[in-house]
Design a binder for this molecule. Structure first.
Ligand SMILES: CC(C)(COP(=O)(O)OP(=O)(O)OC[C@H]1O[C@@H](n2cnc3c(N)ncnc32)[C@H](O)[C@@H]1OP(=O)(O)O)[C@@H](O)C(=O)NCCC(=O)NCCS
Length: 307
């Protein structure tokens, strides 16, 4: 079995249609605008590692993101080989002030993920996907709640929830940089695109939760036409723990089934434990993203390359 066949059997949820073309286009972009290196044995390419410079990556310092398609190794080459490519690439990144390094890897490649952990990386995010069951139907909303599609005219009534969702990411333990936005204007702009949907859960007339589905994607697989992605979910703290998030996810699956969308994906912070538990229960995790921050003071030293 070739590399593609091995990957497909390890990660059956990945879309097949158009994947090779999407991957090729991303690789062309990465190899022309990214930074990294390739390894050859004679004339044969046996591996590569490359990432995109990011101006402010987990803080004010620049960094490099190595995407899912940004590293590969030929059969017979192990995780240590990938890390040896990183050692060399990182020296030049750090010299240029690119200090936060992130990498996305296939979740099933446990030895590689373990190798990144042993080399100073910690887990931050994951991507998950699930085939939409053809029979997916709307779930009953939990007692006392009602679920309905959100429309542009709901912008003002949903604004407090949308604002709370944005502010949630700033708090412990996520501590993410989420700038202020005008939630009503952002929602009107967002829902304007017919490929996007949002559902809200109401208690009486008061909205207590929403879930969004759109096409924005984190990697080449989730960007394919056959995939829609969950792009926001928030349940008011007073309404949590009663199955509202589950019912909203069911509404998204039912809409995908009606619309002929075969796959539903989600990306999430693994340090957001309640949400991670929901996604890992309902979806198949296929990537893990890891991050490392290098001490900027080492830039004062000469000779950063590995010995
Ligand atoms: C995550 C969140 C959406 C869950 O909403 P909810 O309506 O309370 O969830 P539900 O009652 O439908 O529970 C669904 C599943 O979520 C997980 N979950 C929910 N709360 C949890 C908690 N406090 N701890 C661990 N798992 C939890 C469980 O897997 C649960 O399934 P179970 O009831 O069978 O154990 C809600 O806590 C929230 O809005 N958090 C802040 C915003 C957020 O994290 N959004 C997701 C961004 S990716």
């Amino acid at each position: 079995m070739g590399g593609n066949g091995r990957l497909r059997s390890a990660v059956p949820c990945l879309p097949a249609e158009g994947a090779a073309e999407a991957l090729r286009a991303r690789l062309e972009g990465l190899f022309s605008r990214g930074r990294g290196l390739a390894a050859f044995s004679g004339d044969a390419l046996v591996g590569y590692l490359a990432g995109y410079p990011v101006p402010a990556h987990f803080g004010e310092a620049g960094g490099v993101h190595i995407p899912l398609h940004g590293h590969a190794r030929a059969a017979g080459y192990g995780p240590g080989f990938v890390l040896s490519l990183y050692d060399r690439a990182a020296a030049s990144w750090v010299r240029d002030g690119l200090l936060s390094h992130t990498v996305t890897a296939y979740a099933h490649d446990a030895p590689l993920i373990e190798a990144w952990f042993r080399n100073g990386f910690g887990m931050r995010c994951a991507d998950a996907m699930r085939a939409v069951p053809a029979s997916a139907t709307e779930a009953e909303a939990p007692p006392g709640a009602r679920i309905a599609p959100a429309r542009a005219e709901h912008a003002e009534v949903l604004a407090p929830l949308h604002r709370a969702h944005n502010e949630f990411y700033r708090r412990s333990p996520l501590f993410m940089n989420h700038p202020d936005e005008d939630p009503a204007a952002e929602f009107v702009e967002w829902i304007h695109d017919g490929a996007r949907r949002e559902w809200a859960a109401f208690r009486g007339d008061a909205p207590v939760a929403f879930l969004r589905v759109g096409t924005t994607a984190e990697n080449f697989a989730s960007s394919l036409d056959s995939v829609r992605n969950i792009q926001g979910l928030y349940v008011d703290p007073s309404a949590r723990g009663r199955g509202i998030a589950r019912a909203l996810v069911d509404a998204a699956f039912a809409w995908c089934a009606r619309s002929g969308v075969p796959l539903l994906g989600v990306d999430y912070e693994t340090l957001n434990r309640p949400a991670a538990s929901l996604w890992e229960d309902r979806f198949e995790v296929y990537t893990r993203s890891l991050a490392r921050r290098v001490d900027e003071r080492v830039r004062a030293y000469a000779g950063l390359e590995p010995e």
